[in-house]
Design a protein around this ligand. Structure first.
Ligand code: NAD
Length: 363
C-alpha cells in the first residue's frame, strides 16, 4: 500500500524519537511490502528560526494533503520570550485546527512489565489500569479569546472558554462510540458546579445517552476525577472531557502507568487523515543526550497504521515488538525503576529504537 506520511520532527528530543519511529516504519515497509514516503514538515521552534513562523501555510498544506501526520514534539526555553501568537505551541494548535482533528484519544494502560515503574501502590496497580481519555481538541479555552490589558495601572489577563452544543455533541459521540467498543462505561468529566460551559457539556452528554442505551454514563467533576485517577484508576473505562481538563488529566493518567514517555495518542476528525504524536513535550532537559524514550512515538506510529491505514497486523507487530523488548528487560532511564535496576538493562533512545525494530516479526 502506498502512503504519504508528513513527518514533523520538531524541537528538543523530537528529532531523536521520530528518527527511531521512522526506522520502525521502514521495517514494516520491508516486511509487508508497503511503500511509505515521508514529507518533512517544519513546525515549532525550528520553523520560527527558519521561517519566522511556527507553522507557515505551506507546511500546514503538506500535512493536510498527506495520508497522516507523525509528530515528535515542539517548544523549548529558546522560544520562551517569543510573542504569544508566534510561540512554537501555537504551531501545534494551528495544525490541529487546520487538520480539523477534534478528537484526541490517549490510552492509559499499564504494561505488565512496567508495573514497578508506576508511582502508585502495588495494591492499586494490581487492580488494573486500562482506560482511554477522549479529549476535545480544537475548542474551549485554548482556542478562545486571549487578551492582556492594563486596567487601573495593573496588567489584567483574560482567556475565554466557550463550547457550542455541536462541538460537545461530536466529541460526545466519539466518547460513546469508544465505550461501545470497550466495556461500555463512559465517565463525562466537567466542572458543572461552577462553569456554564460545563453545565451545557453535561446536558448534551445526557441527551446523547438515550442513543447509546448500552453505555453506562456517569458524571464526575474534574477535581474529583484528578483524585480518583490516583485513588482507583481501575474504575475507569472511557473518560470524555473538554480540551484543558483532558490535557491535564491525560498527563496525570500517563504518569500512573510508569512514564509519560510510553504513551501514544491519535487525533482524528471527519476523515482518516490523523495526527499521531506521543503525549509528552520536547523534554529540553534531556534533548541531544540519547536519553529519551522513543516508545510513545513508536506506539503512535502503530496507532497510525491501525486507525488511519487499516493495517491492524502491522500495528500488532510493532506492539508485540515493544512488549518483547520490555520482556527482555531493556529500559530507558524514565522506565527503569529502582526495583528493576538489578535485573534490567539501561539503554538509550537509539538502542531502544534498534531493539524494537529488530524484534518486529511478520505475524
Ligand atoms: P515534557 O513532557 O517535555 O517533559 C516533562 C518531563 O518528562 C521532563 O523531565 C522530561 O525529561 C520527561 N520526558 C518527557 N518525554 C520523555 C521521553 N520521551 N523520555 C524520557 N523522559 C521524558 O514537558 P515540559 O518540560 O513541561 O515541556 C517542555 C517543552 O515541551 C515546553 O516548551 C512545552 O511547551 C513543550 N510541550 C510540547 C508538547 C507537544 O509538542 N505536543 C506537549 C507538551 C509540552
Amino acid at each position: 500500500m502506498q502512503k504519504n506520511i508528513a513527518v514533523i520532527r520538531g524541537d528538543g528530543i523530537g528529532p531523536e524519537i521520530v528518527g527511531e519511529a521512522l526506522k520502525v516504519l521502514d521495517k514494516i515497509f520491508d516486511l509487508y511490502g508497503h511503500n511509505f514516503t515521508y514529507t518533512d514538515v517544519d513546525m515549532g521552534g525550528c520553523a520560527i528560526d527558519k521561517w519566522g513562523d511556527p507553522l507557515p501555510a505551506e507546511m500546514l498544506d503538506k500535512c493536510v494533503n498527506s495520508d497522516s501526520v507523525l509528530l515528535g514534539a515542539v517548544g523549548g526555553p529558546k522560544w520562551n520570550d517569543v510573542a504569544g501568537n508566534m510561540r512554537p505551541e501555537k504551531g501545534l494548535l494551528r495544525l490541529r485546527a487546520g487538520m480539523g482533528v477534534y478528537s484526541n484519544n490517549r490510552p492509559a494502560k499499564i504494561w505488565k512489565q512496567l508495573a514497578s515503574a508506576s508511582p502508585l501502590k502495588e495494591s492499586i496497580v494490581d487492580k488494573g489500569i486500562d482506560f482511554i481519555i477522549v479529549r476535545e481538541l480544537i475548542g474551549g479555552i485554548y482556542f478562545g479569546e486571549h487578551m492582556t490589558e492594563t486596567v487601573d495601572g495593573e496588567k489584567v489577563a483574560f482567556d475565554g472558554l466557550k463550547y457550542s452544543e455541536k462541538e460537545i455533541e461530536r466529541i460526545g459521540r466519539i466518547g460513546f462510540e469508544t465505550a461501545m467498543k470497550r466495556n461500555k462505561k463512559l465517565c463525562s468529566v466537567e466542572k458543572s458546579n461552577v462553569l456554564d460551559s460545563s453545565r451545557l457539556w453535561k446536558s448534551v452528554m445526557h441527551s446523547l445517552s438515550s442513543e447509546y442505551p448500552e453505555v453506562k454514563l456517569t458524571d464526575m467533576l474534574v477535581d474529583n476525577c484528578a483524585m480518583q485517577i490516583v485513588k482507583d484508576p481501575s474504575q475507569f473505562d472511557v473518560i470524555v472531557t473538554e480540551n484543558m481538563f483532558g490535557d491535564i488529566l491525560s498527563d496525570e493518567a500517563s504518569m500512573i502507568t510508569g512514564s509519560i514517555g510510553m504513551i501514544p495518542s491519535s487525533s482524528l476528525g471527519a476523515t482518516k487523515c490523523g495526527l499521531y504524536e506521543p503525549i509528552h513535550g520536547s523534554a529540553p532537559d534531556i534533548a541531544g543526550k540519547d536519553m529519551a524514550n522513543p516508545i510513545g512515538t513508536i506506539l503512535s506510529a502503530a496507532m497510525m497504521l491501525r486507525f488511519s491505514f487499516d493495517m491492524a497486523d502491522e500495528a500488532d507487530a510493532i506492539e508485540n515488538a515493544v512488549s518483547a523488548v520490555l520482556d527482555a528487560g531493556y529500559r530507558t532511564g524514565d522506565i527503569l525503576s529502582a526495583e528493576d535496576k538489578e535485573h534490567c538493562t539501561l539503554v538509550g533512545c537509539r538502542e531502544m529504537g534498534r531493539l524494537i525494530t529488530e524484534n518486529i516479526k511478520k505475524g
